[in-house]
Design a protein around this ligand. Sequence first.
Ligand SMILES: CC(C)(COP(=O)(O)OP(=O)(O)OC[C@H]1O[C@@H](n2cnc3c(N)ncnc32)[C@H](O)[C@@H]1OP(=O)(O)O)[C@@H](O)C(=O)NCCC(=O)NCCS
Length: 182
Amino acid sequence: MTESGTFVWPPVPIPTERLMLRASEARDRAAFVELFASPEVGTYIGDTRPRDELERALPEVPGRRPGCFVVARDGTMIGMITLDPRGAERRGHVRPEAGEAELGYLFLPEAWGHGYAFEACAAALDWFTSTCPGEPVVLSTQSANDRAMRLAAKLGFTEVEWFEEYGAEQWFGVRPPATPAG
Ligand SMILES: CC(C)(COP(=O)(O)OP(=O)(O)OC[C@H]1O[C@@H](n2cnc3c(N)ncnc32)[C@H](O)[C@@H]1OP(=O)(O)O)[C@@H](O)C(=O)NCCC(=O)NCCS
């Protein structure tokens, strides 16, 4: 984030071994509808919306905002990654002034189980580290969300605290800024 708290956006597309991280485009709209309508994706998020409502309500280019990466495989969107400031009203902070960058990840069910989310999140975190050196990244997920918990651990997030929010137990973790070598 810049000193005013925003990213320079959109970034140059980021390639990984199998994927591409880029800003959202109009051709991704159907995948956004799929993602937000999927009961599997929404299991631990509790925000699934009817497909027809999404078709009407989503903008022409959903997710076109700073910090929202579309993850594409062979040009087609398979998921999204967000790095948003964590609101001061939420529980779970590592800074008194709040607003820490919070990592979020949502992938289409057919893209689970291939290591894509890990590959894409690792690249997004590398991008974040080079864009905002010295900044921690936080993450919260329902503790029952095994896949999200395993991914957080693989990405190097460590536990800060557990708490109750949205009627469920939440795990809150941090990925401390990398310390300079030597
Ligand atoms: C959370 C979520 C992104 C995790 O997806 P995922 O595919 O399980 O995560 P990873 O990319 O780390 O992939 C790990 C799996 O890929 C497998 N895999 C296959 N090929 C692989 C490879 N080349 N490299 C790494 N892992 C590979 C791993 O063995 C592992 O499988 P397992 O979970 O059956 O043991 C996904 O479940 C999701 O979008 N859920 C819905 C949204 C959500 O709840 N988000 C969290 C909100 S906080």
